[in-house]
Design a protein. Structure first.
Length: 277
């Protein structure tokens, strides 16, 4: 029995946090070694925050409603960027392995596909924090608005959007594994297709009646509805939070399942060594 357990350990048929940690360090060192990549992480969130922040300042001078809307717009932009960055963090880290034709080398090691997926989720969270936190801090002196004043609800919003974006990123990565690099544009396109249904800048009630149930099938719609309630009325809508968590569990399971299934298919077809630029 002992030899069987030892053999399975030697073959790598168990979850190894050390291997996950090694992959996270690999992606972190790649990120640290490229100044343009680090600058790019903070560039787009900061640009969006500045554009919408100045817009909110203009609106604040024209009506009492827009005074409230100013802070909501900045919060919406920052939280949208959490979802976007989380999605891109998974997709780009995955695509970098494809572009460098490194999949064959990776899986000549004991690394398991689900460990790779865990490392993609971890580096996505790191990239998102590096990108969004500077923009959120810069909003304080520029526009006298701090999203951190939301307190604990902000953590709930952040984590839910982080998970949903990563789930979409895993599913898209699975599609690229299945279809090849010709589908890599989906890494950007899919998450933007979700944006109009998420109610980022407007209530879901703005959508046509037939489209509202579709929107509420997305965790992001519940998060942004909850964000507006917290920002305007100072209340935390527990039902929205629970809906977002429940849906995220489903989407994360589907995204991970799609990724692992596509990986298994690519390996059986012998495509891992062939994929790349």
């Amino acid at each position: 029995m002992a030899s069987g357990i030892s053999g399975s350990h030697q073959n790598g048929y168990y979850f190894s946090s050390r291997r996950v940690g090694a992959m996270v360090l690999r992606y972190f060192y790649l990120l640290r070694g490229s100044i343009p990549r680090i600058v790019e992480l903070a560039y787009w969130p900061t640009m969006q925050m500045m554009i919408w922040g100045f817009m909110s300042q203009f609106l604040a001078q024209h009506s009492e409603w827009f005074v409230q809307a100013g802070g909501i717009l900045i919060a919406a932009v920052l939280l949208w960027d959490v979802m976007f960055r989380s999605n891109i963090g998974v997709s780009i880290s995955f695509l970098e392995e494809m572009w460098s034709r490194n999949l064959g080398q990776l899986f000549a090691s004991p690394l398991r596909p689900y460990e790779w997926a865990c490392s993609l989720l971890a580096i996505s969270a790191i990239r998102t924090l590096i990108g969004v936190v500077p923009a959120a801090l810069l909003a304080i002196p520029l526009y006298h608005y701090s999203i951190f004043e939301m307190g604990l609800p902000l953590i709930a919003f952040f984590v839910n959007l982080l998970v949903f974006g990563a789930a979409v990123g895993l599913a898209v990565s699975g599609l690229v594994l299945r279809c090849g690099l010709g589908a890599e544009s989906l890494a950007w396109a899919v998450i933007f297709a979700v944006a109009p249904l998420s109610g980022i800048y407007y209530p879901i009630s703005t959508l046509p009646d037939w489209l509202q149930p579709v929107a509420f099938a997305l965790p992001s719609a519940h998060v942004f509805e909850g964000m507006r309630a917290a920002a305007i009325d100072g209340v935390f809508l527990m039902d929205r939070f629970l809906w977002a968590v429940s849906l995220n569990i489903v989407y994360l399971a589907l995204g991970l399942g799609a990724f692992l299934l596509a990986f298994r298919g690519a390996r059986h077809r012998g495509q891992l060594l062939q994929m790349g630029e």
